[in-house]
Design a protein around this ligand. Structure first.
Ligand SMILES: NC(=O)c1ccc[n+]([C@@H]2O[C@H](COP(=O)([O-])OP(=O)(O)OC[C@H]3O[C@@H](n4cnc5c(N)ncnc54)[C@H](OP(=O)(O)O)[C@@H]3O)[C@@H](O)[C@H]2O)c1
Length: 336
């Protein structure tokens, strides 16, 4: 292990901006799926803590709290716009504004307003549309937003290779945002391929939606009262895998003198194809600790140790693929 002395940075794909290898995730700030926000000021404080700690970008979406997350991000960066890159997303209808070209343009304008900025740094399709809008029309509209100067770079999320290829035929895909962690490693090959074609990758739920941080005992899981209760904790195989992974990661974390969360984040940005990991939080102290994982270089022996261990729990894999309240399979089946 080595400490670089400051947060590592990388280019997001071949054409994108330089970004820190850990960024701030603002799904929680929506105050809905993860339970109500303690207060607006505490969430704004956590977002500002991410920039103070050296993170250079924030990921949000129109559907996070139906605009609440974007609004709080806007407040947090109002007086420090130059130190934060803002990444947001448009979602298909009915959860989001929709993927018809005029809807995408309308959604972008609304996000600009809530964020209080003139340009969106990265604009992403949140998940594949299931309502029959041809992807080519949607991606053409996204490319139009770049030409118009409304957004700087465009990306996708929860997409597979075939969908990315269809977008690439029209305009370069700057980024893929995908679930990826020791708990959900299934898209490893897709992510590696993105690295080869110059598409940056942002890993979401790198802490296994908080379960890999070791903050919960098995009994303590009963205190979780948010989206995870039905979608993750109802699956006994998933829970077994969480605790098997924690058991394997803990001695490595202890030897390195880092937390489980920091080890999971550092593991993530060392994986082939991954540009950076998005760590979600509403706690300034967690954010500060997460940022430190961007300064943590893992050597080959440590990575091999973690990979060997992951292999041994592969039998517990439950192939959990999820979007926020919408499984990827569900979305994928309905694609034109
Ligand atoms: N594109 C998509 O479909 C999609 C889907 C999911 C997520 N995302 C994006 O990815 C971001 C991250 O994913 P996620 O929120 O699902 O999961 P995550 O980052 O793996 O985990 C978030 C959870 O971990 C806790 N946590 C964070 N740092 C911690 C630390 N150092 N110690 C202990 N607990 C810690 C947070 O609670 P505290 O608030 O207490 O810190 C929160 O409950 C989201 O905010 C969102 O921007 C995108």
């Amino acid at each position: 292990m080595c400490l670089y002395g400051d947060m590592r940075e990388r280019r997001l794909g071949t054409h994108g901006p330089q970004i820190t290898v850990i960024g701030f995730g603002a799904w929680e700030a929506g105050g809905d799926a993860w339970g109500p926000n303690e207060s607006e000021s505490s969430v704004v404080g956590a977002i500002r803590a991410s920039l103070d700690a050296g993170m250079s970008w924030i990921d949000t979406a129109e559907v996070y709290g139906q605009g609440v997350s974007e609004t709080l991000v806007g407040k947090a960066v109002a007086d420090r716009r130059d130190s934060a890159l803002l990444f947001t997303k448009v979602a298909p209808s009915p959860e989001g504004t929709g993927f018809r070209p005029e809807e995408v343009r309308r959604a972008a304008e609304a996000s600009l307003g809530r964020l209080g900025v003139d340009v969106l740094d990265l604009y992403q399709l949140h998940w594949p549309d299931g309502s029959g809008v041809p992807l080519e029309e949607t991606w053409g509209a996204m490319a139009g937003l770049v030409e118009a100067g409304t957004v700087r770079w465009i990306g996708v999320s929860n997409f597979d290779r075939e969908l990315i290829e269809r977008c690439r035929a029209i305009h370069h895909v700057d980024s893929l945002q995908q679930e990826f962690s020791p708990l959900v490693p299934e898209d490893r090959d897709l992510i590696r391929w993105c690295g080869e074609i110059g598409t940056g990758v942002l890993s979401y739920s790198p802490l296994g939606a908080g379960l890999l941080t070791g903050r919960y005992t098995r009994e303590g899981l009963a205190t979780i009262d948010d989206w995870r209760r039905d979608e993750l904790l109802g699956d006994a195989g998933h829970v077994d895998r969480v605790f098997a992974l924690i058991e394997g990661m803990r001695p490595v974390a202890e030897e390195l003198g880092v937390s489980l969360a920091q080890l999971a984040l550092a593991w993530n940005w060392h994986q082939p194809g991954v540009t950076a990991a998005i760590a979600g939080s509403r706690s300034a102290s967690h954010v500060k600790a997460n940022a430190e994982a961007g300064d943590l270089g893992l050597d080959e022996a440590t990575l091999a140790r973690l990979d060997a261990f992951k292999g041994s729990v592969a039998g517990l894999l439950t192939n959990r693929l999820r979007l926020e309240h919408l499984s990827r399979d569900q979305a994928r089946r309905a694609i034109v």
